[in-house]
Design a binder for this molecule. Sequence first.
Ligand SMILES: Cc1cc2nc3c(=O)[nH]c(=O)nc-3n(C[C@H](O)[C@H](O)[C@H](O)COP(=O)(O)OP(=O)(O)OC[C@H]3O[C@@H](n4cnc5c(N)ncnc54)[C@H](O)[C@@H]3O)c2cc1C
Length: 589
Amino acid sequence: MEKVDVLICGSGSAGLCAATWLARYGVRCKILERREGPMKRGQADGVQCRTVEIFQSFGIGEELLREAYHVLEVVFWADDGRGAIKRTGRTADTQPGLSHQPHVILNQARINDLLIRRMQAFNDQEVDYGYNVTNVQVDSGASATDADAYPVTVTAEHGGEAKTFGAKYALACDGAHSVVRKALGYNMIGDSSDAVWGVMDVIPRTDFPDIRKKSSIRSKSGILLIIPREGENNNLTRFYIELAGGTNPKGVTLENLQTQAQSIFKPYSVDFTEIIWWSAYAIGQRYADYFHKDHRVFLAGDACHTHSPKAGQGMNVSLQDGYNIGWKLGEVLTGLASPSILETYVLERQKVAIDLINFDRYFTKLFSSGASTTPREFQEGFIRAGKYTAGLTAKYDASAITSSQGSGLLASNVAVGMRLPSAQLVRFCDSKPMQLMECLKSDGRWRIMIFIGDLTVPSSHSKLEMIGKYLAATDGPLHKFTPKARDIDGLLETVVIGYGKRHNVELEQIPEIFYPAVGKNQIRDLHKIFYDDESYNKGHGHAYELLGISPDEGALIIVRPDQYVSAVLRLEDFCQIGTFFEGFLKPQT
Ligand SMILES: Cc1cc2nc3c(=O)[nH]c(=O)nc-3n(C[C@H](O)[C@H](O)[C@H](O)COP(=O)(O)OP(=O)(O)OC[C@H]3O[C@@H](n4cnc5c(N)ncnc54)[C@H](O)[C@@H]3O)c2cc1C
């Protein structure tokens, strides 16, 4: 029996995102995929701002942004009372200030491909195709007593033969009809009725003026969403059409979808010059009754939540499930953190799944209430939902890795348990204007961000010296928790953010622990010090103001490897940094 640390069932969004993290940590896993090769086309396409941020943090954001359609505006069309449609409003797709990244559209096959290439680059990690997982069992006795045991047994069928694998951990990323979920005896709870949707990727010839904008059309003949797709030259466009309740998806034909679309568009005409892909599928609003088995098998993605595609959440929430469990397994399996942090996956993502279903119910009602929702109410509801659909509302509850302590007053726009908002800063060493989020790469490091205020003020300067002394001490958290083979910034990285004129400060005034000598040549890393200052070409980011931090008081913010905020502390309370990490990190000898 082959033994692996992590066995991932399914190479969709959830499985590949978890695998990319594991590859980044250098943890090898086995990814079993039923298909004979990578996904070729189809399915989800909407990439939330938050997902773009994640791709950027893995170093694949630029490719995504270059290839994708950027959704900047949403247009609303509704019945004019005489059987024709008319435009009723327009709005920004993402309200300004939510994220420094846009909402984009790119097909799921390409998104999966970006992750596959990234994990290959990180760790030569491959997917094993043609493996159909048939069963999963957990030896509960071994799970409880031995962290190094392989209590999970996964059976798969490959080329007509049964193969068995032993795993320390397994991830059920095998989609809505998850075999793993069924093998564990878990059920999906929620609505019994399924909404039926038709989806077509087409190249339309039309006189409809907003065909290259995301548009919602609510006509007497039904509801249609237009999602312009990547590739400006070929006019690829996706149409989502909600079909009548009770429709059997298997009975839907391409002709049905085309006829309904043409009738919704009236008085505009639409022809379909090419049909690239189409499908009809039924979706219920449900989530799994359990998200884990003995904290050894975890359910992620559609295996534990399904809902309508209206708000473009499916791929994103699934991918973010994988993102959440991936780094936690990475920390545990590289001996950095206690296995107890895995419990936070369930705490955090189960809540997200329940919120998702509730949001989908609200959004479905908004779309479907026909005459009872005025075009104006519909538009307002759509805009209100914007923060959610951008993927920026998840708030994780208190746990060992998300402190319940600390004062929100110190950074009034930073919420513990939510992803740290970004703002433009100027890097001290080379005056490059950069987004704060660019410092938060998905490389497995925790960040201790020190908003120190104006370093020309003696009290601020002496606070930085005290914090530096504490962090540099041989019994301080950096030495205590960082493996000896790594550089001193290899697990807990400091980031200093000053306020005011950067040219009034010299590097020597900043303690060396904030730019330690690292790497094979042991050269001081100057790229960890920033200023909230005017840049040469891109203006001023006003980061302190945006985050709600007073330059006089400053703040210490501990950020998790997934960019979520663990704690906001007073500068004077720097000793709590060690106390926080003692809660789950393992001292390294
Ligand atoms: C036909 C269809 C159309 C969709 N259209 C949209 C859309 O337009 N917009 C949108 O937002 N969402 C859409 N979705 C949903 C969206 O694709 C999912 O929410 C998202 O892909 C979930 O990611 P996942 O990783 O959880 O699962 P998936 O992406 O479904 O990946 C699961 C993977 O597991 C593999 N697998 C399954 N069973 C086994 C097994 N026993 N052994 C080994 N491997 C297995 C599958 O082959 C697949 O590769 C659609 C889904 C379907 C099925």
